[in-house]
Structure formats: structure tokens, C-alpha cells
Design a protein around this ligand. Structure first.
Ligand code: ADP
Length: 464
């Protein structure tokens, strides 16, 4: 399974993981170092007790047993953990009596005879001890001195350290995760800005460029590279647009020449039916071609940012009424009913009257084209809060759901064969451009084989 984590989240996880590893390594090092120094501290203490015991035995060489035992008791009383010192003969016999209950309860280990020096840790119940065993001499004979000392303080200190680590690691982890997220978020902010700027660049504003940070870092280089690419794209699009505009323009005259010549030829008296039909076909094809060329020319101009838009206050209801009146002629032939709903005759929009007329024409013309005979079309213009809603609904052939997202694309036609209709596939692309030039949104809702509604929502406040 693949997880798509954002870069800032991945950086945060890495940051936290590295921090955790560092903290664990540091903690383990501190723990062992402290444990070793506490252990060697204990060894030094036991060593000093051994030295003092050796000293006592040396000074008691000529003393009687009773005196030696008295001195031993005094030594035991004066020494911390003094009871945990024993003197053995080489055969393992205890040479001095147990002094105190601690010494009596202490499970003294069997004394290994061959070892000169010996150290070991033992647990008695829950209590840890270190035992230190070393040779010495008493009255010229070799003896073994066994010194024991509690390791409880060391163990408690290390347990406390464990506790501190257990509590601080989650807290440190949280802090490092937050810090990692904050730092990565900050570091990636320029990337977010670049993404937003790049997203706002479309074919309509290819002259825009990404902001280049003055830091001259990797992101600045990326922005510069993207800008160079945009320049090349802009140049290429300009050339294509210019070519489309020139080609459309150049083709206008020959096509209109063919059309007028064919119309003229049609007037020739005595033409047979076949020739007449051929000329009629030429006229109809040239009509289609010139409207295609006009549409292409307009779109090429809009792409190049050269389309002329003259904004003024227009009475939208008037424009709608005018277009509908002209469309009624065609609708009548198909026995279609066009219903107008224009409650607000004074509704004014800031826009280009010619372009708005074209937009209304495209939508009503499509409704008539794609609605069968005797169908019903409703054209409405209503005020809705801060918007003017212009809608064209029909109960025609509808648009399949899969085609709906593409109907505003250039040259898209649902299926040229499904209707008998002539068309270029550019009408709605032009309509969308006109709507956007007026800061309006254009949307389509449709149910296949049941009908379609186009809605254009114009903002009523301010000029475009
Ligand atoms: P065309 O010149 O083909 O009408 P448009 O860009 O105006 O081009 O429309 C694109 C396509 O959207 C049309 O070919 C048609 O299939 C579909 N269409 C547009 N309006 C309607 C409508 N009112 N009802 C059904 N289909 C429609």
C-alpha cells in the first residue's frame, strides 16, 4: 500500500525519527557512563575499606586474639557498612567473629582459594551488593579480606534516570515533531506560493510569470526555469494564434467569393435540378465554413488578448427579447414554443451589447437546434440577490452525463450524427469566453433525452 504523504509531513517524520535516534543514543551513552562511574566509585570505597582493614591487621600482628577482636569491633563501629567485612584463612575459615546482624544475615560467598582479587555483584532479595575480595597477611600468614557494600544508591539513581528518560522522550518527540512541522512548513512556503502562481497561469495569461525569490536558491532557479519555459510556450502559442487568425482571415475572401458566385449561378435561368442542388449545397457549405471561420477568428483574437470589448450599461432584457424574436422564425418552422420570462425590464448590466447578444444567440440557437419539433423552450432573466440569472431551458435531446464536462471545449460536439443539426462545435466555447469576460459563470445541467438548462450568472455589482 502506498501512502501519499506531503513533503512537510515526510520531513516532520524524518526530523522526529532522527531526533529520537539521537536522543536514544545520547540516553544510552549517559546511562552506561553514569553506571560505570557509580560502579567505579563503589569500587574505590570498597578498596579504601580493604586498605584500612589491611592496616588494622598489620598493626595488630603482636596483639592477642582478644585485643584483635576488640580493635576489629571498634573498626566495624567506626566504618559505614563496617559489618560487611570478613577475614578468612586460606582454607575458608572465618578468622574474626561476625560483627552485627547485617554481617550475620549476609550470604557471604564461598571464598575461591586460587584468586588473588575478586569482584562480583549479588542480589539479596531486592537489594544489590558488590563484594570485593583480596589477599592480605596476618601474623605472616596469608588471609583473605572480603568487603561488601550496598549498590542500592547506584540502582536508585539509575532507576531515576530511566524514569526521567521515559517521561522526557515522548515530550521531546512531540516538541521535535512540532518544530519539524513548523520548520518544514516555513521552508516550503515559497513552494506553495510558486504552486499558486503556476496554477493561476492559463492559456489566457501566458504573459504572467512566477515570482523569483531574491535569495537565488534552488527555488529561485526552479522559478527561473519555469519562467523560461513559459516564455517559450507564450512564443509558440502566439505563433499558433497568429497563424489561426491569419488563416481564418485569408480564407474569408475566397469563401465569400465562392458563395456569391454560387448564389449568382443559381439565378441562371434554365438550370437543371441536379446543378441547382449542387450549387445549393455549395452555398450551404460556404455558409457553414464562413461561420466557422468567424468563430475561429474571434477565438484566435481572444487567445491573443486582442478581442475588442466595449463595456457599457446595457438593458439585458431588451437584448434577450430581440434575439428571441429572431429565433422565433426558426422555432416556428419546428412548431416549437418559446416562453419568455423577463420580469425586470430595467435590469442593467455592465457589458458589451454585441457580445451579450452573441451569447444569448448561441444558447437560444442551441436550444432550438437540439429540441425536436413541438418542443418547449423557456428563456428567463431574473434578479437573484447580487446576481442576474439568465437561463435557457429546453425539453430537447439533452446531453449525456459523460459529455457534460466537455461541452465548453473547442470543437466538442456530443455526436454529430445524433441530430440533423449544423454546427461548428465552437459556439459554447465562445459563449464561455463571453461569460468570463463579463465575470459571469456559465453552467449546464442536463438529462439525456429529457432536456437541458444553461445558466449564466452575472454579477450585478461593479464593472467587469
Ligand atoms: P454546435 O455548433 O455543435 O452547436 P456548441 O459549442 O454550441 O457547438 O455545442 C457543443 C455541443 O453541445 C453540441 O454539438 C451539442 O451536442 C451540445 N449541446 C449544446 N447545447 C445543447 C442543448 N441545448 N441540448 C442538447 N445538446 C446541446
Amino acid at each position: 500500500m502506498r501512502f501519499n504523504l506531503s513533503i512537510s509531513l515526510r520531513l516532520t517524520l524524518w526530523f522526529s525519527a532522527i531526533f529520537l535516534c539521537g536522543f536514544v543514543v545520547f540516553g544510552v551513552f549517559i546511562w552506561f557512563d553514569l553506571s560505570a562511574s557509580l560502579g567505579s566509585g563503589k569500587d574505590r570505597t570498597l578498596g579504601r575499606r580493604y586498605e584500612r582493614m589491611v592496616d588494622l591487621l598489620k598493626h595488630a600482628e603482636k596483639d592477642s586474639d582478644a585485643l584483635l577482636q576488640t580493635k576489629y569491633r571498634e573498626f566495624v563501629d567506626a566504618t559505614p557498612e563496617g559489618g560487611l567485612i570478613q577475614v578468612y584463612s586460606l582454607s575458608g575459615e572465618r578468622l574474626l567473629p561476625q560483627a552485627g546482624s547485617a554481617a550475620m544475615q549476609f550470604p557471604w560467598p564461598a571464598v575461591p582459594s586460587a584468586l588473588a582479587e575478586y569482584r562480583s555483584d549479588v542480589w539479596i532479595g531486592n537489594h544489590p551488593y558488590r563484594i570485593y575480595l583480596r589477599s592480605a597477611t596476618l601474623n605472616g600468614a596469608p588471609v583473605r579480606i572480603c568487603v561488601a557494600g550496598s549498590l542500592m544508591d547506584n540502582v536508585s539513581l539509575l532507576a531515576r534516570l530511566d524514569e526521567i528518560f521515559e517521561r522526557s522522550i515522548p515530550a521531546m518527540l512531540l516538541i521535535s515533531a512540532l518544530a519539524g512541522y513548523f520548520i518544514s512548513h516555513r521552508a516550503l512556503r515559497p513552494v506553495v506560493r510558486l504552486t499558486e502562481s503556476a496554477r493561476s497561469i492559463t492559456i489566457g495569461n501566458l504573459a504572467a510569470r512566477l515570482p523569483v525569490s531574491p535569495a537565488g536558491d534552488e527555488l529561485a532557479q526552479l522559478a527561473e526555469t519555469c519562467n523560461e519555459m513559459l516564455s517559450r510556450l507564450e512564443e509558440a502559442v502566439k505563433r499558433i494564434t497568429q497563424f489561426t487568425a491569419d488563416a481564418s482571415h485569408e480564407l474569408r475572401s475566397p469563401i465569400s467569393f465562392i458563395r456569391t458566385t454560387s448564389e449568382y449561378a443559381l439565378r441562371t435561368p434554365g438550370l437543371d435540378a441536379e446543378t441547382t442542388e449542387a450549387f445549393e449545397n455549395i452555398v450551404s457549405e460556404t455558409e457553414h465554413s464562413s461561420s466557422l471561420l468567424e468563430d475561429m477568428l474571434l477565438l484566435a483574437r481572444t487567445d491573443a488578448g486582442r478581442a475588442q470589448i466595449v463595456y457599457e450599461q446595457v438593458y439585458m432584457a431588451e437584448i434577450v427579447r430581440e434575439v428571441v424574436a429572431r429565433m422565433r422564425v426558426v422555432a416556428k418552422e419546428k412548431r416549437q414554443r418559446i416562453v419568455e420570462r423577463l420580469p425586470d425590464a430595467r435590469l442593467q448590466l455592465s457589458g458589451d451589447a454585441m457580445l451579450l447578444r452573441r451569447l444569448v444567440w448561441i444558447l437560444v440557437d442551441n436550444a432550438v437546434k437540439y429540441t425536436p419539433c413541438e418542443g418547449r423552450i423557456e428563456v428567463a432573466l431574473v434578479r437573484n440577490e447580487q446576481r442576474a440569472l439568465f437561463t435557457v431551458s429546453d425539453n430537447g435531446i439533452g446531453i449525456p452525463e459523460t459529455s457534460l464536462p466537455h461541452i465548453f471545449d473547442r470543437f466538442f460536439r456530443v455526436d454529430a450524427s445524433r441530430g440533423e443539426q449544423e454546427g461548428t462545435g465552437l459556439g459554447l466555447a465562445i459563449g464561455k469566453w463571453i461569460a468570463e469576460a463579463h465575470r459571469a459563470t456559465i453552467t449546464a445541467r442536463s438529462i439525456d433525452q429529457a432536456g437541458t438548462t444553461f445558466e449564466v450568472a452575472f454579477p450585478l455589482n461593479g464593472n467587469p
